[in-house]
Design a protein. Structure first.
Length: 405
């Protein structure tokens, strides 16, 4: 008997899941935290996570919910009715769209909404237009729906915002959906009302689904308002899924409460999926999210003002580094400098040719963690989150200034 004949067949893991890349932002953040735990004075701009505590009235609402035994039981998979009502009210208030609570699904963070949105509207082989730079999860979520991400890149000269002409050039008969994100992670760019309307009308004309991620819609600066694509083009509501959550505005990343809002047909199939995938979101967290949406907004505004102060600081200080171009971000809490002017040069005895190599150099030589552009699209860029303390933010940029002096 041959060795191959006697050897048992080795079981295999999923090829689809094996092809998924680890989240680059979480990977860099984990590395930075490991170095900090080892005693290294690393300053990390990697995580998109507010450094503030969740407002106390939200925590108090969660504590009170712990005393209600109803919260210890299964609740509707699509979310607590009272929270879905509050989300519908917020959607009308901030996105200009009137929806019924039945058009809302409460999810385990915004990521689950993103995943379920693509699952709801993408069929095998469908193409999804993905403006780049993009959040690192989007292409993986599209692939998990057996779709094909089609990158449409806009550089710093366009403030990282794609045009209708670029989208039309990328459209084929297989184009099913468009990802629209304003304010943007990773760039902080905000589309104007006119730009948003033009893209929305184009999508409407061609019968294309729009997955619009609005989780940063309340974090805008300099008097700018992030106009929802369904407010700019109300007729688009029948083919748009809005994704949102409490994580960024209310410093609630660990509470894991997001939601998706959309037309009944898409919401129905997504709700069926969630009924098998996770059932209801943690009821205590849902009660906390309800408090966030319906309670006083003073602390959220204070956090926004702090982000604005940090935004102005980091933009002005990064701009002092020769070879770095820094478009002015008007939303979210990220800055996305174009660092191609630093590539192909020698720094501390090392020649770097990509932003991935540059990020490694910065971590090794300056003990500063940044996320390279390769995580979000083409090389030549870095993402820095300014959702960290003022002192650390300033010191980190000063280390970069010294490294590239």
């Amino acid at each position: 008997m041959t060795e191959s004949a006697s050897s048992p067949r080795q079981p295999r893991v999923s090829a689809k899941l094996s092809a998924i890349a680890e989240s680059a932002t979480l990977k860099v953040d984990a590395k930075a935290k490991a170095l900090q735990a080892a005693g290294r004075p690393v300053i990390s701009y990697a995580a998109g996570e507010p450094d503030f505590a969740t407002p106390q009235f939200i925590v108090d609402a969660a504590a009170e919910a712990l005393h209600d035994p109803a919260n210890f039981r299964y609740t509707p998979a699509a979310g607590l009715p009272v929270l879905r009502e509050a989300i519908a009210a917020k959607t009308l208030r901030d996105s200009g769209l009137e929806v019924a609570p039945s058009q809302v699904i409460v999810t385990n963070g915004g990521k689950q909404s993103v995943y379920q949105a693509f699952q709801a509207v993408v069929n095998p082989g469908d193409e999804v237009l993905l403006p780049a730079p993009y959040w690192t999860t989007y292409p993986e979520a599209i692939a998990l729906a057996d779709g094909v991400p089609v990158e449409v890149f806009a550089g710093a000269d366009q403030d990282y915002k794609v045009t209708v002409e670029q989208l039309e050039a990328a459209r084929t008969e297989k184009t099913t959906a468009l990802v629209f994100v304003s304010p943007s992670n990773p760039t902080g760019s905000v589309y104007t009302e006119e730009e948003t309307r033009a893209i929305g009308q184009w999508a409407l004309e061609h019968g294309i689904w729009v997955i619009s991620d609005e989780i940063y819609q309340n974090l805008v600066y300099e008097g700018v308002r992030a106009v929802s694509i369904v407010e700019a083009v109300p007729e688009l509501a029948g083919q748009t899924i809005l994704v949102n959550g409490v994580a960024k505005t209310y410093a609630m990343t660990g509470w894991r409460v997001g939601w998706m809002v959309g037309p009944s047909a898409a919401i129905k199939v997504a709700a069926n999926l969630q009924s098998h995938l996770t059932s209801n979101v943690n009821n205590i967290a849902q009660r906390a999210a309800l408090a966030a949406l319906t309670g006083p907004q003073d602390e959220a505004e204070q956090m926004r003002q702090a982000f604005d102060r940090r935004r102005r600081l980091i933009v002005s200080e990064l701009a002092k580094i020769p070879g770095v171009t820094v478009p002015n971000p008007l939303g979210a809490f990220y800055v996305y400098p174009d660092v191609r002017g630093l590539l192909g040069r020698e720094w501390r005895g090392k020649t770097v040719t990509t932003s991935l190599e540059l990020a490694d150099l910065i971590l090794d030589e300056a003990e500063v963690a940044v996320v390279p552009g390769e995580a979000f699209g083409p090389s030549g860029y870095l993402r820095l989150s300014y959702a960290l303390g003022d002192d650390a933010l300033r010191e980190g940029v000063q280390r970069l200034q010294s490294l590239f002096a």
